[in-house]
Design a protein around this ligand. Structure first.
Ligand code: CA
Length: 518
């Protein structure tokens, strides 16, 4: 935090009646040096805000994520700049858009030699660690300790890549093990120094394999179909063109654990130990037999898949929430809560059947927006609700701000501390987005701009198409208004804003596409 910012923050806290509680920010430890705030970032994978009760979702209860929101802040408009796994992590590390950090799609390899915020924290005396899913291809740099899943990693009995170059297989369930490793690292750290730890969870990524203790957790529920479940994609070429729908893309074996010998069996089922396999067989075999007896087809089969998808997904998310709770408990038990900022976010949002989909990638709301909550005792007032546009791009500069380290000019995100403390008047009014990957799931590359009310998207490469939405009148983005009478002015205005964003973030690829005006 800069001196001026710190002064502003202290004033704001005094007004909010929080100043006494924030003394730790500037406290002197026994050695006489400033006691810096510890930082924990928990990044999950594909966790939808629709599946989090703090967001008002009715699908499942997430008491521990809700606890962070209740004791700190919830971000109702947290967005990502490129809605896919690896690229989002690269944005989180660098505070730069994909075209600046070089990691545009999941086929890329991250250049770990570049400037990442943890290196600056290290230089400022922080101990740093990344534990769990990394998914960036290269080895981490800037961490005192890392232990990562290779590529996507496995849910059961996962292998970990270790710092000495070895691979270590650990018996058990990934979400629990990652938390075990995180707690072990915390317990073994140098307690005279502040720390920054990133916990990267595999959950709730496809193929949504629950911990054995959570199998059947939601079997007594029938989930309502989203309003847009039977979307026919009129006026939306790219939405029609995708291959990420429950009806045709989602596989009974690979995704839903039926016919394990032909789908799920590859690397998942065969990996289970005897006891785990017995639990899986006891749970999934009767479901498989029931499905075979029903002879479902058409919409009935699609709706059966939807129910099974949600049951597996939410059961997988239950372990995620429980393990977030373990970290909160650890902080309490070790008297670290008061001096630790903790952020929980997903690498992007996910479709829970909206538009008939699973997966992410599109600039539509469910995948553009990501769940994000934070707790920062003494600085963020409990129960804070933030509606401003905050991005995964802002995590890096925010962590630097918390540590009192100046963010480099090349970092494109901004610290959101002034947003959560209500000490800023001039925050961003638009979200700029750019998705690149053209491959699995057939989502056409696109970029666009979102304002409080509207969204303009330009699809390119595999198709040249524009889409325009009035989010107030059409929150489910079913009616593309681009080119419709009466929207000429707003369309022109949004194009001007999009051009300005492209220039601001220096996105040369998008600038080139914009020159080919259609
Ligand atoms: Ca992801």
């Amino acid at each position: 935090m800069t001196g001026l910012r710190k002064a502003g923050l202290v004033t704001a806290l005094a007004i909010a009646g929080l100043a006494p509680a924030c003394n730790h920010l500037f406290a002197q430890d026994k050695a006489g040096s400033h006691k810096k705030t510890n930082i924990i970032i928990i990044v999950s994978d594909d966790h939808a805000y629709q599946a989090i009760s703090a967001y008002g979702g009715k699908l499942a209860e997430t008491p521990n994520i809700d606890r962070i929101a209740r004791e700190g802040a919830i971000f109702n408009n947290a967005c990502v700049t490129n809605s896919i796994c690896g690229p989002s992590r690269a944005v989180i590390l660098t505070g730069k858009y994909s075209h600046k950090n070089g990691f545009k799609d999941n086929l890329s390899t991250f250049n770990s030699g570049q400037d990442v915020f943890v290196k600056r924290l290290q230089a400022a005396g922080y101990q740093t660690a990344w534990i769990g899913k990394w998914h960036l291809g290269s080895k981490p740099q800037g961490f005192n300790y890392w232990q990562i899943l290779p590529d996507q990693g496995m849910y059961y009995n996962p292998d970990f890549l270790m710092m000495d170059g070895s691979t270590k297989r650990v018996e058990g369930y990934a979400t629990n093990i990652i938390t075990d490793v995180a707690e072990d690292w915390l317990s073994g750290r140098d307690t005279t120094k502040p720390f920054c730890m990133v916990i990267g969870h595999k959950a709730t990524h496809r193929t949504w394999i629950p911990d054995t203790t959570d199998l059947g957790k939601y079997d007594d529920r029938t989930f309502p179909l989203p309003d847009s479940f039977y979307d026919t994609y009129e006026g939306r070429y790219a939405a029609k063109h995708q291959d990420m729908n429950i009806a045709h893309t989602m596989r009974l074996g690979y995704d839903l654990k039926m016919m394990p010998d032909t789908g799920f069996g590859k690397g998942n089922y065969t990996r289970l130990n005897k006891a785990q396999r017995a639990r899986f067989d006891a749970y999934y075999k009767p479901i498989e037999a029931e499905l075979a007896a029903k002879h479902l087809s058409g919409n009935a089969l699609t709706e059966w898949k939807f129910q099974r998808y949600l049951k597996d997904y939410l059961s997988t998310a239950a372990a995620l929430d429980r393990n977030i709770g373990r970290i909160l408990d650890y902080l309490d038990e070790h008297h670290l809560t008061e001096n630790t900022m903790i952020v929980y976010l997903s690498d992007q949002g996910f479709y829970m059947g909206e538009h008939g989909w699973f997966d992410k990638r599109f600039m539509y709301e469910e995948s553009l927006r990501t769940p994000m909550v934070m707790r920062y005792p003494g600085v963020v007032k409990p129960g804070t609700k933030i509606n401003d546009f905050v991005l995964n791009l802002d995590i890096a500069p925010t962590c630097l701000d918390v540590a009192g380290v100046k963010a480099p000019a090349a970092m494109q995100g901004k610290s959101f501390l002034p947003v959560v403390t209500h000490t800023v008047n001039n925050w961003r009014k638009t979200v700029y987005y750019h998705y690149y990957e053209s491959g699995e799931h057939s989502v056409i590359p696109h970029f666009g701009v979102k304002t409080q009310r509207y969204k303009l998207i330009r699809f390119y490469q595999d198709a040249d198409k524009w889409e325009l939405y009035d989010l107030q009148k059409d929150p489910h983005e079913m009616h593309n208004l681009y080119g419709e009478k009466g929207y000429e002015k707003i369309q022109t205005s949004l194009k001007t804003q999009l051009t300005a964003e492209i220039k601001h973030y220096d996105d040369k690829d998008a600038a080139l596409v914009m020159k080919q005006n259609i």
